[in-house]
Write a protein that binds this ligand. Structure first.
Ligand code: UDP
Length: 368
């Protein structure tokens, strides 16, 4: 008998599971409560021909060759390498803070002295998370760490998470470490780029198999548990278990879009505003696929707590108490042996796209 599978959620996690099961000859139904596939990676071309990332910039980057080879079955990628700038003391300068940033924001004599100390202390090419960088004895470097903490991390993290950097898991700010280097790229991964026809088209191709049936605008209901051999649930685990132990907190971001009669507004795809305004960063989407238009679209990104019925879940909030609550839900869910949880919401993990795909591959590999 062909196994029947229900995949809840048509984002990268769900689409990867669906495709791998379909390739193995199994039958897969994919449901999503939204009216589109691709989850928060969803993108579309607007009336000016500009590819808009509806839920914020998504840049694919990975060191995992297996993930890269898998994803490239469904789309070619361009050679885009992401760079972010931030406004620090009114100066537009590279983020993460690196040796170029150091020279942009300090007078030459001070920057030269600090650069030497940084290289002597950590070695050229080293990445140092801010919370680690703050813990050293040298007075000059301590002052520099305090500068970077205050000017780049403190207010941005307060805006993004509603907590200071030391109140969330250190891995959050370690995503953007101080980089003892002149490499201005946001990611150093071997494989980077943007799918040439966008993420939605990539996911559509992933789901394009005679063994996969996609149903949009479809909420999960518990009756499904008896109708399929297996369920792969990429939605929030707390909702799946009817909030039995109380809701898990999530963070939401939302975007204020503006169209301008100009070819470009920003010098770069993303500009961070750690110290100014209520938004965290601004995106100018046409950079990703080098879209040609006399107009441009930018989006200001704001963050707020997730509230059921009001907005969407984007990020789990990596904090000890939340992970403990998640674990309680997982223990409860583990009593069902045909239901598997995955993805940012199902695993309550701050996955990048490649990690979500890797996790989905691992789940399927453990079963077939
Ligand atoms: N961060 C910051 N200032 C910046 C950039 C990042 O404080 O200019 C911190 C902030 O806490 C943020 C985290 O680093 O949430 C991770 O940043 P990343 O750009 O990876 O966030 P994502 O793109 O996943 O939202």
């Amino acid at each position: 008998m062909v196994k029947t599978n229900l995949v809840v959620g048509a984002g990268f996690s769900g689409a990867t599971v669906a495709r791998l099961l379909a390739d193995a000859g199994e039958s897969v139904t994919v449901i999503d409560k939204r009216d589109h596939i691709a989850g928060n990676c969803y993108d579309y071309r607007d009336e000016n021909g500009i590819m808009i990332h509806k839920y914020g910039s998504h840049i694919f980057h990975t060191n995992n060759k297996k993930v890269w080879e898998f994803i490239r079955r469904f789309s070619d990628f361009n050679l885009y390498m992401h760079k972010v700038k931030g406004i620090i003391d009114g100066i537009e300068t590279p983020i993460p803070f690196n040796l170029n940033t150091l020279h942009d924001v300090f007078p030459k004599s001070i920057a030269d002295k600090l650069e030497k100390k940084l290289i002597d202390t950590y070695g050229y090419g080293k990445k140092v998370p801010i919370l680690e960088f703050q813990k050293q004895d040298d007075e000059d470097l301590k002052n520099l760490a305090q500068f970077v903490y205050e000017k780049i991390f403190l207010q941005y993290t307060m805006k993004q998470w509603g907590y200071s950097p030391d109140q969330v898991d250190g891995a959050v700010t370690a995503r953007v470490p101080v980089y003892i280097s002149k490499d201005d790229r946001y990611f150093q991964d071997t494989y980077q780029g943007i799918p040439l026809n966008g993420y939605t088209e990539l996911v559509r191709t992933m789901l394009d198999s005679p063994n996969i049936h996609v149903k949009l605008n479809q909420e999960y209901v518990s009756d499904y548990e008896t109708q399929f051999d297996r369920i792969f649930y990429t939605g929030p685990i707390d909702e799946y278990l009817s909030f039995k132990y109380g809701p898990l907190p999530y963070r939401c971001v939302y975007f204020g879009f503006n169209t301008y009669d100009k070819e470009h507004v920003l010098s770069n795809a993303v500009i961070n505003y750690p110290c100014n305004y209520d938004f965290t960063r601004v995106h100018e989407y046409k950079y990703y696929l080098d879209d040609k238009s006399e107009k441009t679209v930018i989006a200001k990104e704001y963050s707020e707590p997730f509230e059921a019925g009001k907005n969407e879940r984007y990020y789990p909030i990596p904090k000890d108490e939340n992970i403990k609550l998640y674990q309680k839900y997982l223990d409860e869910a583990g009593k069902r042996d045909n239901v598997f949880f995955l993805g940012r919401l199902g695993d309550y993990k701050y996955y990048d796209m490649d990690k979500a795909i890797q996790r989905a591959m691992d789940v399927v590999e453990s079963l077939i």
